[in-house]
Design a protein around this ligand. Structure first.
Ligand SMILES: C[S@@+](CC[C@H](N)C(=O)[O-])C[C@H]1O[C@@H](n2cnc3c(N)ncnc32)[C@H](O)[C@@H]1O
Length: 277
C-alpha cells in the first residue's frame, strides 16, 4: 500500500498547536524529528492536499510543507519502529512487544500509544512524567487532563497513587488508554472519562495531584477548574508548552494565584509544577 508522508515545518511557537491539529485531523500520532520537523501521514493524494490546505488556513505564516509518496504496509503500526524501553526517573515505559527486564523496584508501565498521543517519546510527555513521578505519594488521587493513551494516569498508580482518572475529549484516545490500563492490570484503579476537561474536572475531585499536558491556551482555560478541584496541599503539573511560552504562562499562573515549585525542559518542551497560593 502506498501513502503520503507530509513533513511540516512551523516556527517553534506554533509547533505544539500544529502537532495537535495534525493528530486531530488525521487521528494518527505525529512524529517530531530532532530538528523540530513534524511528520504526518495521509493515505491518498487528495487527502494530502486537503490536509495541507487546512494547515495553510490555520497557520498562515512561516509554514513549510513537503509531501513525499511512500510505501507502507500499515502506517497505523509504523509507530512500533524504533520504540524501546525508556526510563524517566523511577518510571520505565516498555512497549508491549518488548520483554520487560531490569530492576523490580522500577515503576514499569507497559504502553502502546497506537493512534493516541503519549508513547513517552515526546518531550512534553517525558517532562510531565518526570515532574509527576516526583510528586505522587502513596495513597493519593491523581487526575490526568488530556490523557491521550493514558500514560500519566497509569504511571501515577504504578508509582503509588491510590487511584487516577484520565480525561480526554477524543473517544479513540480513551479506548487506547483503557486498553493500556488493562495491559498494566491497573484498570481497577484507573478510570477514563471522555469529555472536555474544562467542564468536567471539578466533578472528578478532590485531587491531590493534577497533570495537564495540553496546549498553553487549554492549560490557561483549565486554571479555575483546577483550583476548584485540588486539595489544599495539592500540586498541579502543566506541560505541552514550548520553552518560549514559559514566561507568558508563568505570568498567567502568578495572576491566577498559583505558585511555581519546579520547572524543567525536555527537547525544547517546558513543564512546571505549581500549587495554589
Ligand atoms: C499532548 S497530548 C498529551 C497526552 C498524554 N497525557 C501525554 O502526556 O503524553 C494532549 C491530549 O489532550 C487532549 N485534549 C486537548 N484538549 C482537551 C480538552 N479541552 N479536554 C480534554 N482533552 C483534551 C487531546 O485529545 C490529547 O489527547
Amino acid at each position: 500500500m502506498s501513502g503520503w508522508a507530509i513533513e511540516v515545518r512551523v516556527p517553534p511557537g506554533s509547533r505544539a498547536a500544529t502537532a495537535a491539529r495534525l493528530v486531530e485531523w488525521t487521528e494518527l500520532a505525529v512524529e517530531e524529528r530532532a530538528d523540530g520537523t513534524l511528520v504526518s501521514f495521509a493515505p491518498t493524494r487528495s487527502m494530502t492536499r486537503a490536509l495541507v490546505s487546512k494547515l495553510e488556513e490555520a497557520f498562515p505564516t512561516g509554514l513549510e510543507t513537503a509531501c513525499t509518496r511512500i510505501e507502507v504496509s500499515d502506517w497505523a503500526t509504523r509507530w512500533h519502529d524504533g520504540l524501546g524501553p525508556r526510563r524517566i526517573g523511577r518510571v520505565v515505559i516498555v512497549p508491549s512487544w518488548i520483554r520487560p527486564e531490569g530492576d523490580p523496584a522500577d515503576c514499569r508501565v507497559v504502553l502502546d500509544p497506537e493512534g493516541a498521543f503519549g508513547s513517552g517519546e515526546h518531550g512534553s510527555t517525558r517532562a510531565a512524567l518526570r515532574l509527576l513521578e516526583r510528586q505522587v505519594r502513596a495513597g493519593e488521587v491523581v487526575l490526568d487532563l488530556g490523557t491521550g493513551g493514558g500514560i500519566l494516569a497509569i504511571a501515577a498508580v504504578v508509582a503509588g497513587a491510590r487511584r487516577a482518572v484520565g480525561v480526554d475529549h477524543d473517544s479513540q484516545a480513551i479506548a487506547v488508554a483503557e486498553a493500556n490500563a488493562r495491559r498494566n492490570n491497573v484498570d481497577h484503579r484507573v478510570a477514563f472519562v471522555c469529555g472536555d476537561a474544562t467542564d468536567i474536572t471539578p466533578l472528578l475531585g478532590p485531587a491531590d495531584v493534577i497533570a495537564a499536558n495540553i496546549l498553553q491556551t487549554v492549560n490557561c482555560a483549565l486554571l479555575p477548574a483546577i483550583r476548584q478541584t485540588l486539595r489544599p496541599a495539592g500540586r498541579v503539573i502543566f506541560s505541552g508548552m514550548e520553552q518560549e511560552e514559559a514566561e507568558e504562562f508563568l505570568t498567567v499562573l502568578e495572576h491566577e494565584a498559583f505558585a511555581p515549585i519546579e520547572e524543567l525542559c525536555d527537547a525544547g518542551w517546558w513543564a512546571v509544577t505549581a500549587r495554589c497560593r
